[in-house]
Design a protein around this ligand. Structure first.
Ligand code: NAP
Length: 867
């Protein structure tokens, strides 16, 4: 019997979008036995490949990789005709998949979802479609793609043009015949660069309006690469597995060649090989450091510019086509077929909008600051409101009626790019905060769909009805996404990755750049840890294991992985001499740290003989006196010397503009407590007495130190106070050892696996001080009288066993009336902040340390700039 029209349909799941992600989602949901309805405003399957029919449209990942892997039989039945298949062929493939699995019966085409509302009492979504029909579902899944919402032409007068108007993203199905016409193309992103050579073949006159020159490499299209086919034929499963666990979703051996240190011959050879290969991931992998280190990036960028200059005959046009305002890769690079050569055709002209911006579009053409152009057709290749446009445009309102647009007004916030708090049972496939556009989309899509399917299955098995991220888990993931972006050059560009192409859109790095492999690991871990960070509800109540899945800085995690893989012997099992040798050996190939003006070595008189020191004077025109910082290295009173902390001292000097005097003190076990502390105090006295000779400003003297060095610096402050001088204006303590009590929670939480272990700390104490001495404030300054001490800046690192005693010292100083700045080295370990130019995320912490020094010395000269 037919249902009355007023009763809405009810499905277990509604999916929006019938492209790569929607089709596979439907397939998996059906496998689970769920009832599903898919809506798509298009007339057929295909998603992005349904709409983007402009001439020249192809994928930019080799099609052998840009393909589903879930169905081995499908893989056998379908062969791609080209390395980079055309849009019609990819669309045919998706139709073939839909037919093969009978997917169309659950898809409603030409149907737009206009709104979705979470119904809390009913624990369901109420979905309204274009015709005003309502359907209800428990799970609402947006498979709407990352580049599906065209950007409106934000150009004055755009509606006035009386000729033909085309958008690459909405190309007419019947095609567009531009033969003999005067055509304008606005935009030189991937769509423009792919279509321009073909439009040039038809047009009588083609004028390209370029706002930003883009990097593009030749696709060298042709048959699928033989090597790739061999790999697939040899062991398809192994190949697909490698893709799933690769950084970008295409198997690739990441290089460890650094651009800055490679020879000219190696640079050239690697670049030319990537150029010949014609693959995006290849050209992004010429050097390991090109995505993070400007000089390395410049090498690749300049080699591409050379190629552009060689391809384009007119030098002025060539120069205008050379990208110079962004680092290579930070805007999506393009793959082309004859793009630059197109400008050698007599009827093709480039207009550089940086020189003559568009003033307005007129009835019969385009007016720039310098010229009026008449056209028969204008093609907009102006891009998309990427990653968030389709999601916020869909009018989704979660619990309490808050819409996604409102929630994301300052930028998207997601957990794993999959879900967002306040929107129960609402899933996004390849949403912001997932690798999506930085990866081979098909691999990322399959991973997302599989994760969602497993999640729904687990919910069902557990009798649970809803799932939603917690605020804490989501904030943690958002932070991790930004942390990953921040160590790269990507945030420097005005790209659609940053939302910068859409006027008024918040500037946030949208995709997750930590890698498909790392991302998959995080998603798997969340699921296996009982859906860490998700709140699940059911008739039996609420279940939630709250937490943050990744809180270590990504570059720190990489260093830890590297160090742990070395399998070095635990230091505490070595003799002091062997431990010192090991420390020296591991420091051998590290970067030297920034240049400073002058470095001089000398000795000072200590309580029992000379102590070596090294003085760092900042660079810059200012020759006059500077504030003085006496610095003490780390190493548990046993290890370390002037060299061990050299990069850190350079960095502190360059950032703060102070003269830094690093003093070596006597080490245990040869000389035990209190020698190191007494040496430190003597060094401070000497520096104060010799301030002028050292280039310092008398009365502007601070102490600084790391770890055990921070211990002796803190003790020196107490001794100076007790002795009535010298006057110390501030103490900068990085991850200080201030107490001998090794039972604080951070010793448990961070006791193993982060280089400085609890066992090693015990070893240090055993070498340094007898148990009877360990309560002496000269060993454990936390136990001393803290009144009247100099203002302090204490840096406590999250993954440091010493974190809690650092925090305790800050609190105790504060309680004693000492001004304290407690800086959290978020996501750092005991050692990582000191790894100058290795751990990029340490730079902001060191900048804060330098700023604290600046606060100790209000009259200091402005420091030389260090990034
Ligand atoms: P896009 O990369 O955002 O490029 C848009 C172009 O239009 C840019 O050159 C942009 O200049 C210009 N533009 C935008 N607004 C303008 C204005 N008001 N005045 C003048 N110029 C303006 O968009 P897309 O080319 O469509 O590509 C988007 C993404 O889709 C690609 O990056 C890629 O990920 C994907 N895609 C892939 C393929 C493929 O090969 N498989 C093909 C097409 C697209 P600015 O740079 O100055 O903003």
């Amino acid at each position: 019997m037919d249902k009355p029209a007023s009763v809405p349909d009810r499905f277990d799941a509604v999916v929006v979008g019938a492209g790569f992600s929607g089709l596979y989602m439907l397939y998996r949901l059906r496998q689970l036995g769920l009832s599903v309805k898919v809506f798509d405003s298009a007339g057929d399957v295909g998603g992005t490949w349904y709409w983007n029919r402009y001439p020249g449209a192809r994928c930019d990942i080799p099609t052998t990789d840009y393909t589903y892997s879930f169905d081995p039989e499908l893989e056998k039945e379908w062969t791609w005709s080209e390395k980079y298949a055309t849009q019609p062929e990819i669309l045919d493939y998706l139709r073939f998949v839909a037919d093969r699995h009978g997917l169309r019966s659950d898809i409603e085409f030409s149907t737009t979802v206009t709104s979705a509302r979470w119904d809390e009492p009913g624990k369901q979504w109420r979905i309204t479609t274009g015709g005003g029909r309502e359907v209800r579902c428990r799970y609402y899944i947006m498979a709407t793609g990352c580049l599906s919402m065209p950007k409106s032409p934000d150009i004055d007068g755009a509606g006035r043009f009386a000729g033909q108007v085309y958008f690459t993203s909405r190309w007419p199905h019947e095609g567009a015949d531009l033969t003999g016409q005067r055509v304008a193309v606005i935009g030189t992103g991937s769509s423009g660069i792919q279509s321009i050579p073909l439009i040039a073949r038809q047009a009588r006159q083609l004028t390209v309006f370029q706002r930003t020159a883009n990097f593009s490499i030749p696709a060298h299209n042709g048959p699928p690469p033989a090597g790739r086919l061999q790999q697939l034929d040899g062991d398809r499963d192994a190949y697909r597995h490698a893709a799933r666990w690769s950084r970008g979703g295409v198997p690739l051996e990441p290089t460890d060649v650094l651009g800055v240190t490679a020879s000219e011959a190696v640079r050239r050879e690697r670049f030319e090989a990537a150029w010949e290969q014609g693959e995006l991931f290849g050209i992004l992998n010429v050097f390991a450091d090109q995505g993070v280190n400007p000089p390395s990036n410049d090498i690749v960028a300049e080699m591409i510019r050379e190629k552009i200059r060689a391809a384009v005959e007119d030098p002025e046009t060539a120069e205008a086509l050379c990208p110079k305002d962004h680092y290579f890769g930070t805007k999506r690079p393009c793959l082309d077929t004859g793009y630059f050569e197109t400008y050698n055709l007599p009827h093709v002209r480039l207009v550089d909008l940086r020189k003559q911006p568009i003033v307005s579009i007129t009835e019969d053409g385009i007016e720039t600051a310098d010229e009026s152009f008449g056209f028969d057709a204008i093609v907009y290749a102006t891009g998309f409101d990427a990653m968030t446009g389709a999601l916020v445009g869909a009018d989704v309102a979660g619990r309490d009626g808050v819409s996604l647009r409102e929630k994301w007004a300052a930028g998207p916030s997601t957990y794993l790019g999959l879900m967002t708090a306040g929107f129960p049972n609402f899933f996004m496939l390849t949403g912001p905060g997932s690798p999506s556009v930085l990866s081979n989309m098909t691999v990322s899509i399959e991973q997302h769909v599989d994760w969602v399917a497993r999640c729904l299955e687990d919910l069902r098995d557990e009798g649970l009805e809803t799932i939603e991220p917690t605020a804490q888990a989501e904030a943690g993931w958002d932070q991790h996404v930004q942390d990953c972006g921040a160590i790269t050059l990507y945030p420097t560009a005005n790209s659609w990755y940053m939302g910068a192409n859409v006027p008024g859109k918040p500037r946030v790095f949208l995709p997750y750049i930590g890698g498909v492999d790392a991302y998959r690991q995080a998603c798997d871990e969340v699921a296996t840890r009982d859906y860490l960070g998700f709140r699940m509800t059911g008739p039996g109540g609420t279940r939630c294991r709250d937490g943050v899945v990744r809180s270590m800085q990504p570059d720190v995690a990489m260093v830890m992985e590297f160090v742990n893989a070395l399998g070095l012997p635990p230091m505490e099992t070595l003799s002091a001499a062997d431990a010192r040798a090991l420390m020296t050996a591991t420091a051998e190939n590290r970067p030297p740290g920034p240049e400073v003006g002058k470095v001089t070595d000398g000795v000072i008189p200590g309580p029992d003989g000379d102590l070596p020191y090294r003085l760092y004077r900042p660079a810059g025109p200012f020759e006059g006196p500077r504030p003085l910082v006496v610095y003490f290295h780390g190493g548990g009173w046993v290890l370390g010397n002037l060299d061990s902390d050299d990069p850190l001292c350079r960095d502190l000097c360059a950032r703060s503009g102070a003269v830094v005097v690093s003093v070596n003190y006597r080490h245990a076990p040869e000389v035990r407590f209190p020698a190191a502390a007494l040496d430190a105090f003597a060094a401070v006295q000497w520096a104060d007495a010799n301030a002028i000779e050292l280039g310092g400003i008398p009365g502007q003297l601070a102490v600084a130190g790391w770890s055990a060095g921070a211990n002796v610096a803190a003790v020196a402050c107490q001794l100076a106070r007790d002795a009535g001088g010298p006057h110390i204006t501030g103490q900068l303590l990085l991850c200080p050892a201030v107490d001998s009590d090794l039972t604080r929670p951070s010793y448990e939480e961070n006791g193993d696996g982060y280089i400085l272990t609890t066992a090693l700390m015990r070893w240090f104490w055993d070498h340094y001080a007898d148990p009877a001495d360990r309560g002496d404030p000269r060993a454990a300054p936390l136990r001393g009288d803290l009144a009247g001490l100099p203002p302090a800046c204490i840096v406590a690192a999250d993954f440091d066993p010493l974190r809690d005693e650092g925090v305790a010292y800050a609190r105790a100083l504060e309680a004693a009336g000492v001004p304290v700045r407690l800086a959290r080295a978020r996501g750092h370990t005991h050692t990582s902040v000191t790894m100058v130019d290795v751990v990029i995320s340490g730079a902001p912490v060191r900048a804060e340390m330098a700023a604290a020094l600046g606060d100790f010395f209000p009259a200091a000269e402005p420091p030389a700039h260090v990034s």
